[in-house]
Write a protein that binds this ligand. Structure first.
Ligand code: HEM
Ligand code: FES
Length: 376
């Protein structure tokens, strides 16, 4: 019996060993993905019918597992499935009001307790579920730090035309309930413009034996990264040597102020990588461990990581960004159809595809599907 994956009116047949995500992409279904290795959860889909392999739900919350969510990039199955994009309604958290004030100033301070786990960071935003379309729901900025405050706090700066629901009105009392969607990271549009580099620190570069120690640190660091199940998926297709060399030049330029790095800006390099704060923190913890193993003291570690922290806002995001060069925006998402000028091999089945054939081409990965693999 052939395996059938039903997705929004299309039926896809995965090949032996192929993940559900690769099968969808092979035929040109434009579904979101980033790491392709179970780390970022960008690809998460909802299964409405059929058995989901346990591995494909690893890392998801109990609630999402129960609802039938799974990671198609980790899902290899011989069973037929009926699947659909994630449902906005499922990404909602019910909350209980503790206190709300600030109505007179038009900037509400809302203190609340999420009734189920809400994994958020200060600076992320939520949308208040108020019956409007999800992208039009009021934006609440999270101002509390979940590590230190059990009660969450968010700011809602009232915009023209927005009305405050009864559950958050001046008269609202402790215990009233409301729902939020998210959390979300800063949106692309909200990002600060590219800022100048932080001040150089040539004394640190000198203390790193004019870079010799920095190179040893980076080699050891990337060995850890490539062995790490959360970070390694992003580096598929990039050698550790390339990653360490690029990073070396980048840090050398930052620390010495000399122009020795010719790669892309961190924002553009990482544009497709869905990296939450927690993953950035995890990378930094590995870096600090490595710096310590190489004998750097706390002061030197702070001076090194200051350069990396500076780029956090250019790297952390909850959805892929287009590239931005000057004022130009370049999207690398989705598929194009392209007529081959020269014969080539299909990236899916390896068969030769002759010149003049129309193939399916993914803008970011550059992988092509021949007409047979694309299901035409
Ligand atoms: C969780 C955090 C991070 C992940 C998953 C990540 C991932 C990656 C990957 C996969 C590449 C290789 C891209 C390629 O060669 O095609 C890369 C390159 C690079 N990353 Fe990161 N990175 C992270 C954090 C950082 C930080 C904190 C910095 C420094 C501020 C940084 C600076 C760079 C630079 C300079 C390159 C080379 C760019 C180029 O090839 O032109 N990354 N990163
Ligand atoms: S978890 Fe599937 S693409 Fe990252």
């Amino acid at each position: 019996m052939t395996t059938e994956i039903h997705f929004e009116g299309r039926c896809v047949h995965p090949q032996a060993g192929e993940t559900v995500l690769d099968a969808l992409l092979r035929v040109g279904i434009d579904t979101p993905f980033s790491c392709k290795g179970g780390s970022c959860h960008t690809c998460m889909l909802h299964c409405t019918d059929g058995p989901i392999p346990e591995k494909a739900q690893r890392g998801l919350s109990e609630r999402l597992r129960q609802l039938g969510y799974f990671l198609p990039c980790r899902c290899v199955t011989e069973h037929s499935l009926r699947i659909e994009p994630r449902q906005a309604k499922d990404m909602v958290t019910r909350c209980m009001l503790v206190e709300v004030d600030g109505h007179a100033s038009g900037s509400l301070r809302i203190q609340f307790e999420p009734m189920t786990a809400l994994d958020y960071r200060m600076g992320q935003s939520l949308r208040l579920v108020d019956g409007s379309a999800p992208e039009q729901e009021p934006l609440l900025m999270l101002t509390s730090d979940p590590a230190t405050s059990p009660v969450a706090e968010a700011r809602w700066v009232l915009q023209a035309g927005q009305t405050v629901p009864d559950s958050l009105a001046p008269s609202a009392e402790f215990g009233l309930e409301f729902e939020v969607r998210g959390p979300f990271n800063l949106d692309y549009q909200d990002l600060p413009e590219q800022r100048p580099a932080p001040p150089a620190d040539p004394a640190l570069w000198q203390a790193l034996e004019d870079g010799r120690k920095a190179r040893a640190i980076l080699d050891a660091f990337y060995a850890k990264v490539y062995a790490d199940t959360l970070l390694a998926p992003f580096f598929a297709g990039v050698t550790a040597e390339r990653a360490a060399s690029k990073q070396y030049n980048f840090l050398q330029q930052l620390m010495t102020g000399e122009k020795v790095y010719w790669g892309e800006s961190p924002r553009n390099t990482h544009h497709w990588m869905v990296i939450p704060h927690s993953l950035f923190d995890h990378r930094q913890a590995l870096m600090i461990e490595t710096l310590r193993e190489h004998g750097l003291d706390d002061g030197q570690i702070a001076r090194w990581t200051r350069f990396e922290e500076y780029f956090r806002a250019d790297i952390v995001k909850d959805h892929e960004w287009p590239k931005k060069i000057g004022d130009q925006i370049y999207s690398t998402e989705g598929f194009e159809r392209e007529t081959l000028l020269e014969a080539t091999l299909c990236d899916q089945c390896g068969a030769e595809v002759s010149a003049g054939t129309e193939v399916l081409y993914h803008r970011r990965t550059g992988l092509i599907s021949c007409p047979r693999c694309a299901g035409h």
